[in-house]
Design a protein around this ligand. Structure first.
Ligand code: PEP
Ligand code: MN
Length: 332
């Protein structure tokens, strides 16, 4: 970090600045008349607080605001869920309906997914919907069905957690999903950092990559190293797709962080007919996994039917994706 000081700074003001930085173990070194370089754990410094010190004229951050999620801290994280590894050579396929609408539909769907090289099943129980009038998920009942699904198909499961007070209901869930809307629910992130289950954080549609990495930092700082990031589309002026899938952002993330990065093309596209090509494009962008919404009868889905791939299509798509991943020395 660089700071410049007022040329007429008083000695007592300078002492206060030095004490402030000393207390935070930050080295303070003059590089020019009024310009100083700050060295040490500068990610712990809040520019606004530095600027509020009497005599500081400007403050420029040169280093990253995150530390534990950065590639400078660690080269690679592999998040293990049973036999499945995120962040290793194999690209992980997560698939399932947006939400559990009924046990029968879900089980029919999962049977097809299990036969299609999908490694993790997804199904929403608590659904944070834009409108309070829309289907909110089967909630507690849904989590019970999810447990039955996990036992019947003997596969790891992921579902979204919206409220930290519900954590005890998620004991059979393998990966806890923090949805795009909750990416900045810092109390939820801290609570998930204090437990051991892997946490998948979806990028908020209005959030920058740095903000996503800072959300991951909240979980890592509390001691849980098992964080997976997910790109799911960001907001723009474009109307032909639900969001804009930021695939360059995926490639950029892989240069910034050691954490596994997966892509959810379903929410980004909003239309099932666009999803298949975005799965292949995501693989080429270097993702570590795909999370896709799949339904055996999308017309009967209680949420996100339009963007759900038909279950009967998924086997072929995974097979094609496998071939493509081999071109870039990955696999499925
Ligand atoms: C979901 O995965 O079904 C979901 C609600 O996604 P997002 O949080 O990305 O909107
Ligand atoms: Mn959905």
């Amino acid at each position: 970090m660089l700071i410049t000081l007022d040329s007429k700074i008083k000695q007592n003001e300078l002492n206060i600045i030095k004490d402030y930085l000393n207390n935070k173990n930050i080295l303070f070194k003059a590089i020019d008349n009024n310009m100083y370089i700050l060295k040490g754990d500068t990610y712990k410094l809040d520019e606004q607080s530095v600027l509020s010190l009497e005599g500081v004229k400007s403050c420029i951050r040169l280093s990253k605001m995150y530390h534990l999620s950065s590639l400078d801290y660690k080269q690679k994280t592999v998040v293990k869920v049973g036999n499945v590894s995120f962040g290793d050579k194999k690209i992980v396929f997560i698939a399932g309906p947006c939400s559990i609408d009924s046990k029968d539909l879900l089980f029919e769907n999962c049977k097809i997914l299990k036969e299609s090289n999908v490694s993790v099943l997804r199904a929403g129980c608590y659904k944070p919907r834009t409108s309070p009038y829309f289907f909110q998920g089967l909630q507690k009942e849904g989590l019970k069905i999810l447990t039955e699904m996990k036992e019947k198909f003997n596969m790891p499961v992921i579902t979204e957690i919206t409220d930290v007070n519900n954590l005890s209901l998620y004991k059979d869930v393998d990966i806890l999903q923090v949805g795009a809307r909750n990416m900045k629910n810092y109390e939820l992130l801290k609570a998930l950092g204090k437990q051991e289950k892997p946490v998948l954080i979806k990028r908020g549609p209005e959030s920058t990559i740095d903000e996503l990495l800072l959300s991951a930092e909240y979980v890592l700082k509390e001691g849980n190293p098992n964080v997976i990031l997910c790109e799911r589309g960001i907001r723009s002026f474009e109307k032909h797709t639900r969001y804009v899938l930021d695939l360059a952002g995926v490639a950029a993330l892989k240069r910034l962080t050691h954490l596994p990065v997966i892509v959810d093309p379903s929410h980004a596209c909003g239309d099932y007919s666009l999803v298949e090509s975005m799965i292949y494009a995501s693989i080429m962008a270097g993702c570590d996994g795909i999370m896709v919404e799949v339904h055996n009868d999308p017309r009967r889905a209680l949420s996100d039917g339009k963007q759900s791939l038909k279950a009967s299509k998924i086997k072929d798509i995974v097979n094609k994706a496998k071939k493509m991943s081999q071109i870039i020395d990955r696999d499925i």
